[in-house]
Design a protein around this ligand. Structure first.
Ligand SMILES: [Ca+2]
Length: 294
């Protein structure tokens, strides 16, 4: 596909520190010439430590993009930030990371009509930006958010199955984003559960001498089971739309935090329903500079 002449100005809002896919998403975005990474904002729980972790990844990926922290423990994290132990003694205590929501609004104002926001965690910061500046939805080009598991309105979720983490962690914020006039692309589990990290890919990272690969390998080592690269897809579709099959859908959030499709409603977002797995991993490997024969 023809590369766009001007890289997309992007801010990534992330809860990096829990599952490894945020780390891959940051590394991937920093290494994509199609993206101009303006900054990274953090959300959920210990946002300052997430900011430190994001910085450690960006530095190894060769990016000097600023990192801004969202409100501390709003919402609180419901998962353990396993990767925080990699913040070594040299990192020191978290400093002042500025204000994530201010940065989102300022970036939208500076890059009016062009800013793409990739939201990889609970949608708290995004909802706050919508509340802070009433024109926010009109001046942002597009929001791509990873979250939700689409079910139809006549379908019951499997017994005992929890609602998807990002949406259910702050369902109030997610409802606010869904009902806004933002241009929205939803990247739900329906698509991303096709993206489990191949063992050969893990091995290539482990055996590489590239500091970024070693860091990703170390961050992934806390997760011996299957690892899914949910968040990376939200970055990839920003400039490679043909990676996915998408539909315009009417999606709402039920009282239990599940994302429900109304088959008769007017579409309020585009949703990714399928991904070309082979092309996805080929793209990721090439941007990370890996010789992964996939
Ligand atoms: Ca995430």
């Amino acid at each position: 596909m023809k590369q766009p002449e001007t890289p997309l100005p992007m801010v990534i809002d992330t809860d990096v520190g829990d599952s490894p896919d945020d780390a891959f998403a940051l590394a991937f975005a920093a290494r994509c010439p199609e993206i101009r990474l303006l900054g990274v904002t953090t959300v959920c729980g210990e946002t300052h430590r997430r900011a430190q972790l994001a910085q450690s990844i960006l530095q190894r990926a060769g990016s000097s993009a600023p990192v801004l922290a969202g409100p501390l423990n709003y919402p609180p994290a419901r998962r353990e930030g396993k990767q925080f132990v990699l913040l070594d003694a040299k990192t020191g205590p978290p400093g002042d990371f500025g204000n994530a929501v201010d940065f989102l609004v300022e970036s939208a104002l500076v890059h009016q009509g062009r800013l793409v926001i990739a939201a990889l965690g609970p949608l708290t910061n995004l909802a706050s930006a919508l509340l802070m500046y009433e024109q926010f939805a009109h001046i942002v080009k597009r929001v791509i958010f990873m979250g939700g598991m689409l079910i139809s309105s006549d379908e019951e979720p499997n017994a005992g199955e929890p609602a998807e983490y990002n949406v259910s962690s702050d369902a109030v914020a997610a409802r606010h984003v869904l009902s806004s006039s933002l241009q929205k692309m939803m990247v739900p589990l329906n698509a991303t559960l096709q993206l489990d990290l191949p063992e050969g890919f893990r091995r290539s990272l482990r055996e590489s001498s590239d500091p970024l690969h070693q860091h990703l390998s170390a961050l992934t080592a806390f997760f011996p089971g299957r690892v899914f690269l949910h968040d990376v897809l939200a970055i990839a579709v920003s400039f490679r739309p043909h990676l996915i099959a998408a539909s315009s859908l009417c999606v709402s959030i039920n009282p239990h935090g599940f994302t429900v499709v109304d088959p008769f409603g007017k579409g309020n977002l585009e949703a990714a329903l399928w991904v070309n797995r082979k092309e996805f991993f080929s793209l990721l490997a090439s941007r990370l500079g890996m010789a992964f024969p996939y």
